[in-house]
Each structure stands twice: as C-alpha cells, then as structure tokens.
Design a protein around this ligand. Structure first.
Ligand code: MOS
Length: 698
C-alpha cells in the first residue's frame, strides 16, 4: 500500500463509456444471424399444461420456433429446481416460464408469444403467508447455513420477571428487485461451445450452473458480464433468462437474445420474502436489556427451500442474559424468494430496531442512549470479542452531525403549520465476510501492468476500486495498471454479493501483486524481458482464517414531516454514519451507502408487492404501480464513515459496504414517523391511509 491509490476518490473507469452509451450490456452485443426470444409465463398458479398449440404463433410473420416442454432440449437437474425450465408440464407458480417464442425480431417474438395457445389443468393453491398457516414448519437451517433457532438463558422466565416489556409484531410485504437492466442474456453455441453474455453478479457461478444443466464441461462455456445494470442480489445466481436463451440457442443453432420484461421481474427472478416478525424485549428500569426474543416467519416455494435468516441480526446486535430466536417457513405456491440487498438483516433490523424504539419510549430514555447502554463488545452469539465494533462511535458521531441533542422525546411535539415533524434513529450491522478468489498480475515490458480477475461491476464501481487496490499492491501509480474483469475466462472469483466482493477480490489482487513483485525482484534490473505473470488463489488463506465475529456497523437518522390532515409523509433528511473498515474509494462508497439508505426509505414508505389471492400473483408488477423511492422523494441524504482499522479482516482491511446502508434505514424512518405523529405503524409500507385510519392521526 505504498502509492496511496486506495482511499482516493477516482471517478469510475468506465464512466465515460456508460454515459456515452458505448458500454455494452448483455443483449447489446451484435451476433451474426441473431434471433430474439420472448418468454411465455404460466397463467395459472398450480397445475399441469394439458396442451400447447403453437400453430397460430408459428404462422405469424417472423416467428421461427416455439419451445416448450414437448420439444425443448433436455436439461440435467441442477441445484436450483426453478432453472429446470421447459422440461415438464407441471406448473409450480404463476408466471413460471413455460414456453419461449423465437423470432427474427423482438416485435415478432412478442406477438408470437401472445398467440401461443395453452390449456391447463389447474388445482387449488395457497399463496398467502399467515402466522397461523397450517403448513408452517421449522427448516433445518437458515441462509446461508445458520442454525434455525437459538436460545440462551430462559427467555420466558426472564421476560416475565422484567419491569419493562415490549411485545410487538411487525410485518413486511414482498419486495421486488428492480435493477435498471433486466435479467437478460445473449447465447450462442458454436462447435459444442457456449458463449453467453449475461446480466449477472457473477459469471463464474453462472458458468458452473450452465455446465451442470447442459452437461458440458465448464471449460467449454464462456460467460461474459462486462457491464451489469444493477442486481441487488437478484442476479446473484443464474436465472431463467440465461437458461432460456441457452436452451433456445441450442434448439435453433443460432444466437438468441432474451431479455425479461419489467413485468417478468416480479416473481420469477426471486423477491424478498414477506415476513411476520414478533419481537419481545424486556429491560430493567434503566433500559438494560434482560430478555430478547425474535420469532420470524417467512415463505418459500414448493420447488426449493429458501430460508431467509430474518432473526439472525438479533443474535449479535444487543446483549441480554435471556435470548431466543426462531425461524419458521411455509411452502406456498409461489416463485422461490431470493436475495435482495441485505437479505435477513434488512427486514430483521426493521423489526428489532423498531422494537428498540418502542422500548426506549416504554423506559422513558433516549433511543440513542438505549442503544449505547446495550452495546456489546463480545458477540452474544459466538461468545467472542468482535474484531471491531464501532456502533457507539457511529451513534455518537451521527447524533452530533444530525443535531440530535435537543430532541424533545414527546411525540407530536414539533409542528410547522400542518406538518408534524419527527426524528428517528436505528442501529445497523452487516457481517464482514470474504470468499476465496483467484487473480493474476502481469508485468509488461513497457512498464505497464495488467491484472485479471473475474470480479463483476454491477454498477458499484468495483472495477475502479479493484484497479486502485491492484495499483497499491503492485506499488505503481494506477495509470500504469490495466484491469480486466467480468469474464469467466478470467481467473475465477466469487459473485458481487453478500458485501463480500471488495474483500474477496482485493485479497487475491493484493496477493497477486505481492507475488509478481517477488518474481520481478529476482530479475536483473527488476524488469522483465517479456511478460511476467503471477497467478494466485486465496483458497487456503481464506479457508484457514479463524472464525471470528466480524461486522460492519452503522447508525441511521431520519427526520420526517407528516401532514396532520392527509397523513402524507415526506422525508426531510436522512443521515447515516458507518464503520466499514477501510474505504477504498470515497466516491463510489458514498454512492453505495446513500443507495442503500434510499432503498431503506423506499421500503419504509413506498415498496409493496400486493398479492391477489385469487390469481396467486402480485397485481402491481410494473414501475407505475410498484412504487420505488425516486430522487424527488429524497430531499437531503448524507452518508459519513469513521476511519476504522481492523487487522483481523483481510489484507485490504475492508468490511464491505454494499448492504449495510439499507440495514436499519426503514426503522429510522418508521421511528421518525412515530415521533412525528404518535402513531406506530408496524406493517410496512407506512402509507397515509394507515396514518389517518381509525387509531391514528385524527
Ligand atoms: Mo446481495 S442481496 O448479497 O447481492
């Protein structure tokens, strides 16, 4: 780390390409003889296809083929049953892709899709999550591999004996990832080899999945993901788009482009499970927690168990002698839920940080002070000291920057005309993990360097951050370094996900830089006659790292105004302070943090998948009806971070910042709404009809 590129605010390397439109996304690569695929969704929730009649579609101009379970190439079973597409007549959820129309133009494919006649035998279905659903069960573990339930002490006795108690149930609806670029792929087979341009968070795992499904060696598949227009978790695994494109391309023996429509993102690519969360907190008269219980209920599909780790946040956040967490699931006739920014931590923190606010009110102390009093330097779950935990420092700096000190805790105490004004706070935390990666570094005779790693830049600025890390590792100015990412032909690397990308990739790049410098040191004059390359893998080093509680922390503050007559909620300002280890690039880091916070605001006030039980599907499946916070909804938003050094993380000293920005953000907004109005809304989103309803403002 000699030249100091890390920590400097470089603009994105590919920024110019992106704003001038020359950066290519998955379906923007030209190919000879290109055709267009259009996915056909099931119109029933559960049942069997009894007949598919493609005649009318095939007679439509430009339509080349209709693929379905009767004629599509065969797939092997892979680890994700929802990717076993066009293989069987069974329908497992509404919107499941059951056919693909291939045509010479996009318009012809879309028209063809409209003309495919499909008959079904449909059965009864169950699609609504309920706390008393008879199908509730206890999964063996929750994602990624946490114990389902935990218990320490005697919660029931501790809770019963406490002088102050809070017992509240919070509900969050289904949330849908809406990256700007939909899930999309271009696929072409040539001489038994498959080339795919995919919109994914990780080309290496997509290659592995396609190899399994199509039963070909991974070496014969190349997956390119040079530029990706957002993912938020939904592109963290191979999805229907790439499988259907590859199936159709094989069937046609021609290149196929297939992009899901905006409407098709609402379900088939995964969504954040709705949750029902009961949180019980008990404390002594000073607000010191004595008992904590978090019982979380969420849903999965009949195809595949996806067990969101909703209550895991509560295991490590605050300490108490009596603690319990549980997770229950129900299998519904729905698409399988999937990752969405901070899966588990995000909805879990909404519930716990809301309950903490309710406890502060019950005890009669300030909610910042309540969190400081219950700070834990030893992880209550693992029983070991956190490698670093700067929650209190974040709370204190945030309180000072936000101007928290003079806050009158009384709800409805501040008013400006018809606006009621309130402020809220929440804690935030997200695990700091890393995965094994590989990378190469090459010295060229002209004194420049090339680093290669199959990292993915899903819009985060990862390419630029990794370029900075590599330059420092090589000990040269970044202008002398070229970086290649986003291609499965490059050294294998993990997905951009779990806030692990920067930690994992930089680990490999630092080791590659060190290895190359050692090689060069042995050469006369330290210079290579030709190219010299060092190749590394961090498999052993990452695998051998001791298991310690490693977490990033944050404090979220929000000020809202609520119209006393109409219940309209507006966000005046939002401020977050985070402790995320070393920050590689302040410009891209800030955009990650305020992006996460904005998504948390969106969760608090806007987003909601509204299920129509009769059709077993969400009725609001476009951006006109599924509301997402936009720029005018965010009047002021600020993100800060602490200088934090933690030597027990990884060589770059980073914790990951892609997800922590959303954690706690919705609770801060909900707590501010309560402070403004005196009304506690426990089912998101906070809409004006809930605020002006029977119990509320009026
Ligand atoms: Mo993120 S939901 O781990 O891609």
């Amino acid at each position: 780390m000699s030249t100091g590129a890390v920590g400097r605010a470089y603009p994105r390397l590919e920024g110019r390409e992106k704003v001038t439109g020359t950066a290519r996304y998955a379906v923007e690569y030209p190919a000879d003889g290109i055709t267009y695929g259009w996915a056909v969704p099931s119109a029933v929730v559960r049942g069997r296809i009894t007949r598919i009649d493609p005649a009318e579609a095939l007679a439509s101009p430009g339509v080349l083929a209709v693929l379905h379970h009767g004629n599509a190439p065969r797939l092997a079973h892979g680890p994700q049953p929802e990717l076993w597409l066009l293989q069987e007549p069974a329908v497992h959820y509404r919107g499941q892709f059951i056919a693909v129309v291939v045509a010479t133009s996009l318009e012809a494919a879309r028209e063809g899709a409209r003309l495919v006649r499909i008959d079904y035998d449909a059965g009864p279905h169950s699609t609504v999550l309920a706390a008393d659903h008879p199908g509730l069960y206890r999964p063996d573990k929750v994602n990624p591999s946490y114990p389902t339930d935990t218990a320490e002490g005697d919660f029931d006795a501790g809770y019963a004996a406490a002088p102050v108690r809070v017992d509240a149930t919070y509900r969050t609806p289904a949330y849908h990832n809406n990256p700007m670029e939909p899930h999309a792929a271009t696929a072409q087979w040539r001489d038994g080899r498959l080339l795919v341009h995919d919109s994914t968070q990780g080309a290496s795992p997509v290659r592995a999945t396609l190899a399994e499904l199509f039963e070909v060696p991974p070496e014969s598949i190349r997956v390119v993901a040079e530029h990706v227009g957002g993912g938020f978790g939904s592109k963290g695994y191979a999805k229907a788009s790439v499988v259907l494109a590859a199936l159709a391309a094989r069937h046609m023996d021609r290149p196929v482009k297939l992009a899901l429509t905006r409407q098709q993102l609402f379900g088939p690519v995964g969504y954040r499970t709705p949750t029902i969360q009961r949180v019980r907190l008990a404390s002594d008269a000073d607000g010191r927690l004595t008992a904590i219980c978090h019982d979380a209920i969420s849903q999965t599909s009949t195809l595949h168990e996806f067990a969101e780790q909703t209550a895991v946040y509560t295991r490590s956040m605050y300490a108490a002698p009596h603690r319990r967490t549980t997770h229950r699931l129900v299998r519904l006739d729905v698409p399988t839920p999937f990752w969405m920014r901070a899966p588990g931590e995000c909805p879990g923190a909404y519930a716990l940080e809301s309950a903490m606010d309710e406890l502060a009110t019950a005890v009669g102390i300030d909610p910042v002070e309540l969190r400081i009093r219950n700070d834990a330097q030893v992880d209550p779950d693992q029983g070991r000291p956190f490698t670093s935990r700067n929650l209190v420092a974040c709370l204190c700096e945030g309180a000072q920057r936000f101007g928290w000190a003079d806050r009158d805790p009384t709800p409805r105490a501040r008013r400006d005309g018809s606006w009621l004004i309130g402020t809220g706070v929440a804690g935030s935390s997200y695990p700091a993990r890393a995965r094994p990666s590989s990378a190469t570094a090459t010295a060229r005779p002209d004194g420049s360097f090339l680093v290669r790693i199959n990292a993915t830049d899903i819009g985060t600025g990862a390419r630029t951050a990794m370029w900075q890390v590599a330059a420092d590792a090589l000990g040269v100015p970044p202008e002398r370094v070229d970086i290649r990412i986003g291609d499965s032909d490059l050294p294998t690397a993990p997905v951009a996900g779990g806030s692990m990308g920067t930690a994992s990739w930089s680990w490999a790049l630092i080791r590659a830089g060190q290895a190359l410098r050692e090689k060069l040191r042995d050469l006369p004059g330290g210079r290579a006659p030709g190219e010299v390359t060092a190749e590394v893998s961090t498999d052993d080093e990452v695998g051998g790292q001791p298991t310690l509680p490693r977490y990033a922390y944050g404090a979220q503050f929000a000020e809202v105004r609520v119209d006393a007559d109409t219940g309209e909620v507006r966000l005046n300002r939002m401020l977050g302070v985070f402790a995320g280890g070393r920050i590689v690039n302040p410009t891209t880091a800030r955009s990650q943090l305020i992006g996460g916070m904005t998504m948390g605001l969106s969760m608090a006030l806007h987003e909601e998948g509204v299920l129509d039980e009769r059709y077993g599907d969400w009725v609001n499946h476009d951006l006109a009806t599924y509301h997402i916070t936009a720029c005018p909804d965010v009047e002021s938003i600020e993100a800060y971070w602490l200088d934090e050094q933690d030597d027990e993380l990884n060589p770059a000293g980073v914790k990951g910042i892609g997800e922590i920005g959303i954690v706690g953000a919705a609770a801060a907004v909900a707590n501010a709404v309560h402070h403004a109005t005196g009304v506690r809304i426990r089912d998101l989103p906070i809409r004006l009809d809930k605020l002006v309803g029977p119990s509320a403002l009026a």
